[in-house]
Design a protein around this ligand. Structure first.
Ligand code: GTP
Ligand code: MG
Ligand code: NA
Length: 407
């Protein structure tokens, strides 16, 4: 593409930090919304993306969860970003996921701004935060380093303007550009199946302009963009560079991290997606043989055969990934966790039948529920379905089951 087509684009900002340090509240304060208030357990469990307009300038924000289980989501957030904001509560200081956020931010090479939040609180100690961050090589400008520390309060609104000034200034220096006339290329940051909409993906456009009617491929998925819905729930016609929206019109759920590309025709999109699907299928086949061989080896070495088989269904791809990773981390010498089936979507009769035919299995739902018919079948088969809305409750229960089985 020739250079004259490059235009200034808005910055993409990822907000990271330890659980409950105020990331979502800070975004709410910027957007005048109340997202944090409505979250189950008061914790963020998926990636949120918003484009806001400040002083005639657009900024796209990615909100990430702070809970320990969502490491992969944070990593993905950092990869799609221009600037990382690390939120540290002034009354709590640097904590494990703050350190993890620093790691992801440094790996992404994006500039860091530290928002020292909860300045309204009695125990607020911004100098302590600076000292702790400096120990992890995030050094404040006023201490001779290169990172801006902005004291803020999501509660009172103090410092929010300073934070926005800092973001816009940093973005200006970076001279971020894209070609709005190019064929669209966008990254999926979250995906799910929505009632009445089917498979959807939340995307951030990296180059070009995505329009309603475009033929797209997105990992194994393909389709024609039926609608674009912004975070206010409004239908929009076009999505320019750095902007975010939910894309409706795909044939299946894309994976978070997949790249969406606009193609010339629907035939081209379909063929491309089919090739990808076949490639993924082959990869999965070889991967699953490898895992079960490893498992078998371990079992033979121990001279016993004890495993907990898990069938897992979740609402969005991000939570599926987070729970899968956490469950697999619960493996130990005595008992292994075996995720025999997992996917995005409601609990189906197939899931119940699978649980019924698999010894020592549990059927878990996260933010999804069985329908009445599925529940009836489960009762008939004697299959216990456990559903959760808070990730650590799910993990606690499984840990308990493993401990019980080990006793
Ligand atoms: P996760 O997404 O679960 O990691 O949490 P988060 O970092 O998004 O924090 P969240 O916005 O959910 O806020 C956690 C708690 O801190 C809530 O009870 C908020 O009301 C409170 N809180 C957030 N910001 C402030 C602040 O500036 N001052 C005070 N006093 N409380 C705050
Ligand atoms: Mg949050
Ligand atoms: Na929270």
């Amino acid at each position: 593409e020739s250079e004259e087509h490059l235009e200034e684009r808005p910055p993409v900002i990822t907000i990271m930090g330890h659980v409950d340090h105020g990331k979502t509240s800070l975004l709410d304060a910027i957007r005048n919304a109340r997202v944090a208030h409505g979250e189950a357990g008061g914790i963020t469990q998926h990636i949120g993306a918003y484009t806001v307009e400040q002083r005639d300038k657009k900024i796209t924000f990615i909100d990430t969860p702070g809970h320990a289980a969502f490491s992969a989501m944070r990593e993905r957030g950092a990869q799609a970003t221009d600037i990382v904001i690390i939120v540290v509560a002034a009354d709590d200081g640097v904590k494990p996921q703050t350190i993890e956020a620093i790691k992801h931010a440094k790996a992404s090479k994006a500039p860091i701004i530290v928002a020292v939040n909860k300045m309204d609180k009695e125990g607020a100690n911004p100098d302590l935060v600076k000292g702790q961050m400096a120990e992890h090589e995030v050094s404040p400008i006023d201490w001779g380093g290169d990172v801006e520390f902005v004291p803020v309060s999501a509660k009172t609104g103090e410092g929010i303007d300073d934070l926005l000034d800092n973001i816009l200034l940093t973005a200006e220096v970076m001279e971020l550009t894209a070609n709005p006339e190019a064929a669209a290329k966008a990254v999926v940051v979250e995906s799910s199946v929505e009632k009445g909409r089917g498979p959807v993906g939340t995307v951030i456009v990296q180059n070009g302009t995505l329009s309603v009617g475009d033929n797209v491929v997105c990992g194994k998925a393909f389709g024609r963009v039926r609608s674009l819905i912004n975070d206010q729930g409004q239908q929009i016609k076009v999505l320019g560079p750095s902007e975010t929206a939910v894309v409706v019109g795909l044939n299946e759920v894309p994976a978070a991290g997949d790249i969406m590309i606009a193609m010339e025709s629907d035939k081209e999109a379909r063929e491309y997606a089919q090739k990808r699907a076949e490639y993924e299928r082959q990869k999965e086949l070889s991967a699953s043989t490898k895992t079960s061989l490893d498992e078998l080896t371990a079992l033979i070495a121990e001279g016993k055969l004890k495993s907990l088989k898990v069938i897992l269904k979740t609402d969005v791809h991000g939570s599926l990934e987070a729970i899968r990773t956490s469950l697999l981390a619960l493996r130990n010498d005595e008992v292994k966790v075996d995720i025999i089936s997992s996917g995005v979507g409601g609990i189906t009769e197939n899931d119940v039948e699978l649980a019924n035919s698999s010894e020592n299995s549990v059927l878990l739902g996260f933010n999804v529920r069985p329908t009445g018919a599925v529940k009836a079948l489960a009762k008939q088969r004697g299959v216990d379905i456990r559903t959760y809305t808070i990730i650590y409750q799910l993990l606690d229960d499984i840990t308990g089951m493993l401990t019980g089985m080990m006793a």
